[in-house]
Ligand binder design. Structure first.
Ligand SMILES: [Zn+2]
Length: 222
């Protein structure tokens, strides 16, 4: 922070068009600040930002007061939030020129947000084509697709089949018992549905020594 022009003193408006909730922003010179998100039915939310005075430690017990303008703080926060997700990332936060955002400013922000979200969806499409694995689709990409209102196969849990560790047969994720060889893959679940005895005392012991329990599990499956 080398220079700070002390011309502005009033507050500026940090505008957010995305319904996403951001964790509070922290700065040594103003503490914690929460960026507002629009409520249902609102097109945008404004967080007023004020300028403040920061103190720079110059060493040798010398401090220097430095005026940080409202606009500098707001631009800094907008940059931090928008830049959160790599190259060209934009999350719908900008600093308005006036106290209220103009239609042009809002339209511009909406266009940038849509562009960024479309890029995320395109990246997810590519990943899906390559791997067909929803594990590689990020939360950010899913959220982008939902906000754009597009239907994608990777929005849902359509994981490819798993493999039974005992007989290597293709099985569905989360099954308690292998349909092919009858191995118990999830004892807790199997017990819950009466497929095996609950054996409460043994389970208690198992939880105390999970590695031993895992060993027993493998032996039982053989
Ligand atoms: Zn099996």
């Amino acid at each position: 922070m080398a220079t700070a022009t002390a011309t502005e003193s009033g507050s500026v408006s940090l505008v957010n068009i995305s319904t996403e909730k951001w964790p509070p922003r922290h700065r040594t010179y103003f503490g914690s600040l929460e960026v507002r998100s629009p409520e249902p039915g609102e097109a945008y939310a404004i967080t007023p930002i004020r300028g403040c005075t920061g103190v720079i430690d110059m060493g040798d017990k010398r401090n220097m007061d430095i005026r940080i303008t409202a606009r500098e703080i707001a631009e800094d926060i907008a940059r931090e939030i928008n830049g959160d997700s790599g190259e060209g990332s934009f999350h719908g936060v900008f600093v308005a020129a006036g106290t209220e955002p103009t239609e042009t400013e809002l339209a511009d922000a909406r266009r940038r947000l849509k562009e960024f979200q479309s890029r995320l969806v395109a990246a997810a499409d590519l990943e899906w084509e390559r791997t067909k694995n929803p594990m590689f689709i990020t939360d950010l990409e899913r959220r982008a697709a939902r906000q754009l209102g597009v239907e994608k196969p990777w929005l849902y849990d359509s994981r490819p089949l798993a493999e039974c560790p005992v007989c290597a047969e293709k099985i569905k994720h989360g099954v308690a018992v292998c349909r092919s060889c009858g191995a118990i893959l999830d004892r807790e679940k199997a017990a819950q549905y009466g497929l095996v005895g609950a054996r409460r005392r043994e389970r208690q012991k198992d939880s105390e020594n999970p590695s031993e329990a895992a060993k027993q599990e493998i032996e039982a499956g053989k």
